[in-house]
Design a protein around this ligand. Structure first.
Ligand code: PSU
Ligand code: MN
Length: 305
């Protein structure tokens, strides 16, 4: 298996010296944000991880290898190229075997992080149960991955392009802990709050790290979702953004957008309809997640040594 995995020198050194490593995904770069803001965001997020005492490992598929840690040039390619596949679990072997460029989703970044023994992963938002999933059956592979792969995902909750209630039900069924950091409810990405109360919340990084350690020492398979609300000053008005999301979903239906194209289409449409405001919020919440996620990674790492 090792022949498929390539660690950057920065990640290799971190591992050799016992330093914490934080995984980052590449679909958010290739399919979640436009160029050049995507590359700028990716570099800033990596620097925030370093500034908080860990080493960043942005994960992607290049030339038949799973890359754990990208160079600046590689980040640029992923931000710019129109030929990057969005790689979920089902696509991973094929994209590696045919040596295509592949951006990893939350699900696939979790798979690759686990292969590289990285336990903490920071992103913006996870995929979930889409609105109308009762008939479309559009449920992100991210949820199934959280059920089986031992990686903690720090995010700003899930967007209201999803059915948040059904997403939480699904995670409960699959036994995935959803932890609110400094929030008692599930944050809705662009907004700090939603009507969905969480059963476990804490203001303590240490409690989160200890919970992760305990879960995996008990061999309770699977990941955890740690939700971190967008900083107040960047949060959007709930009624405004929900109106925009409703319109974006309507346009997706009119254009018969389905499957893996659904989430990127909705993100792009929301950005267009908000005149770029949603993108600014998205970037800021990822940066905030990077800070909190790195604190969790460092705390978790200290408990292991
Ligand atoms: N949510 C975002 N930005 C993103 C994604 C989700 O706010 O870029 C990406 C992530 O990579 C996530 C994927 O894993 O979309 C989910 O896609 P799908 O709904 O097709 O499973
Ligand atoms: Mn889907």
């Amino acid at each position: 298996m090792k022949k498929y995995i390539e660690l950057s020198s920065e990640v290799q050194e971190a591992k050799a010296s016992g330093k914490a490593v934080v995984a980052l995904e590449s679909t958010i770069i290739s399919h979640g944000m436009p160029y050049p803001q995507n590359v700028k965001m990716a570099r800033e997020v990596e620097q925030i991880v370093r500034d908080n005492g860990a080493v960043p490992a942005t994960i992607a598929i290049i030339d038949g290898k799973i890359k754990i840690g990208l160079t600046d040039e590689e980040l640029e390619i992923f931000g710019k190229s129109p030929y990057v596949a969005k790689v979920s679990r089902r696509d991973l072997a094929q994209i590696i075997a045919t040596k295509q460029l592949g951006a990893t989703t939350v699900a696939t970044t979790m798979i690759c992080a686990e292969l590289a023994d990285i336990k903490v992963f920071v992103t913006g938002g996870i995929g979930g149960v889409h609105k109308g999933a009762e008939t479309t059956m559009d449920i992100s592979a991210d949820l199934e991955e959280l059920a089986q792969t031992d990686v903690a995902v720090i995010c700003a909750g899930a967007k209201s392009i999803l059915d948040l209630a059904l997403t939480l039900e699904y995670l409960e069924t699959k036994g995935v802990p959803v932890i609110g950091y400094e929030t008692e409810c599930l944050p809705a990405f662009y907004t700090r709050e939603s009507e969905h109360k969480l059963n476990f919340f804490t203001d303590s990084i240490d409690v989160i790290a200890e919970t992760l350690k305990t879960k995996w020492e008990l061999s309770l398979k699977g990941g955890a979702v740690i939700t971190n609300p967008i900083p107040e000053q960047y949060a959007m008005d709930q009624d405004y953004i929900n109106g925009i999301i409703t319109q974006a979903i309507r346009e997706a239906e009119e254009n018969h957008i389905i499957g893996k194209d659904s989430t990127p289409f909705l993100l792009g449409k929301i950005k267009e309809l908000t005149g770029g405001k949603s993108l600014e919020a998205n970037i800021e919440l990822v940066k905030h997640n990077a800070k909190v996620g790195t604190q969790i990674a460092v705390s978790f790492n200290e408990k292991l040594s």
